[in-house]
Design a protein around this ligand. Structure first.
Ligand SMILES: [Zn+2]
Length: 425
């Protein structure tokens, strides 16, 4: 079973050391399994990141480089392989960015992308549907179930009683909602506190409903079910100008995600850097099936190879307006086409921004001495920039650029929903 929490950054979960208790139910899952300390997503948009979890490939290879793209025809997906080997497969998703037209439905017997409102379904509804499916199953066939919850995605609108868990009497009757909040121009300190607590309360809400799903699994005595819990990307909260946002930066608060495998090696904490491309080969490993040739991911249950730390790669979309901290000289040259590329080899990260002359502007960050990624040290460390730049180029050359399948045209309501979410202009 694959559980994905949209927009959930690692450091806001109690089992990663957060002071608030946001994950009382998932704590038990983490205690019974392997917790990955440094799991990195491939992209800060929903569909590309999920496509990588289901294919073991980076976005350049599976072709979902934006939420509006569709999976390349020739790419094999995890549910397709499992179904061929006798698994029942079902997916219950909660956000319009993962609707059927992305091609992510391939290989699922059931792909429930119903949404209650224009563009999202709350965790209660999605988990109800997933539990109903579990209850409807008969026979002994193994299953692969993917449940995606969207509650932690902006605008954070948790139930009032959960907001009160963190704010008590100070909880406002209604959280601010307007997109203008992202620029923070109209935010008071009280509002910032409330919106951040809203984010935390949304995690608590998701935790509660995933708890119901885990209970349903336990009740049906399918406790041996292998479970991976992760997120597609994180979120910039109030730490930067242009706040409460994701998709336009490759900063750690957006690409570091939770990752738990249950129930394997209870209580272990894995320090080495891994990527969400590893999700697919890990499930295949559990199923005793070989991974397709040429994928970028590798099983997280295999011993970590010795030697140099493993580089991982991430993308975001270049959008000047949403990165006000970008130096003016770079902002002027930035083109809002293609993708931002980043290679992360702790403690360093090299970020490559596409520029108007067809080249790339490089920034280097030292994640150890500057965890907020506020100081570009590229000019001070030219040799490191060159080495990481070469790694990035090698990766670009080795990840085949796949041809996206012709995605069906967007319906007017899809278009409106994507605009509401800020994914298209
Ligand atoms: Zn997402």
């Amino acid at each position: 079973m694959l559980l994905t929490l949209d927009t959930t950054r690692r450091d806001r979960l109690t089992f990663y050391g957060y002071a608030r208790e946001t994950t009382p139910r998932l704590q038990a899952l983490a205690d019974s399994g392997m917790v990955f300390e440094d799991a990195i997503s491939v992209h800060t948009n929903t569909a590309p990141a999920h496509a990588s979890m289901l294919t073991g490939l980076y976005p350049r290879s599976h072709a979902v480089e934006r939420n509006t793209d569709a999976l390349a025809d020739e790419v094999e997906t995890l549910p397709e392989i499992l179904r061929e080997h006798g698994y029942d497969t079902a997916a219950f998703i909660s956000g319009r960015t993962l609707r059927r037209r992305t091609g992510l439905s391939r290989g699922f017997d059931v792909y429930d992308d119903m949404v209650e409102t224009a563009w999202r379904r709350n965790g209660r509804g999605t988990v109800d549907a997933a539990v109903a499916w579990l209850e409807s199953r008969t026979g002994e066939r193994p299953f692969f179930l993917w449940v995606h919850l969207f509650d932690v995605h902006y605008p954070y609108q948790p139930p009032q009683e959960l907001l009160r868990v963190f704010l008590g009497e100070r909880a406002p009757a209604k959280l601010p909602h307007a997109r203008g909040l992202k620029t923070q121009r109209r935010l008071s300190p009280e509002q910032v506190e409330a919106v951040e607590a809203g984010y935390d309360a949304a995690i608590l809400y998701a935790d509660h409903h995933l708890g119901r799903l885990l209970n349903a699994i336990a009740d049906r005595q399918i406790a041996e079910t292998f479970i991976a819990l992760t997120a597609d990307h994180g979120e910039t909260l109030h730490e930067r100008d242009w706040a409460f946002d994701h998709g336009a930066r490759v900063t750690d608060e957006q690409i570091r995600v939770p990752l738990v495998l249950c129930c394997r090696s209870p209580g272990s904490r894995i320090a080495g850097q891994v990527s969400v491309v590893d999700v697919m080969p890990t499930f295949l490993d559990v199923a005793g099936l070989p991974a397709p040739a040429g994928i970028s991911g590798r099983s997280l249950l295999a011993a970590e190879p010795a030697g140099a730390p493993r580089p991982v790669f991430s993308h975001a979309r270049p959008e000047r307006e949403r990165v006000p901290e970008l130096p003016a000289e770079l902002a002027e040259r930035l083109v809002e086409k293609g993708l931002i590329d980043a290679v992360r080899v702790p403690p360093h990260k090299l970020v490559a921004w596409p520029t108007s002359d067809g080249g790339r502007a490089l920034q280097l960050f030292d994640l150890e001495s500057d965890p907020g990624e506020t100081r570009d040290v590229a000019a001070e460390q030219p040799r490191r920039v060159q080495a990481l730049g070469a790694l990035l180029e090698q990766w670009r050359a080795s990840t085949r650029v796949a041809q996206a399948a012709a995605a069906p045209a967007l319906s007017p309501e899809d278009e409106e929903a994507l605009r509401a979410l800020g994914y298209i202009e």
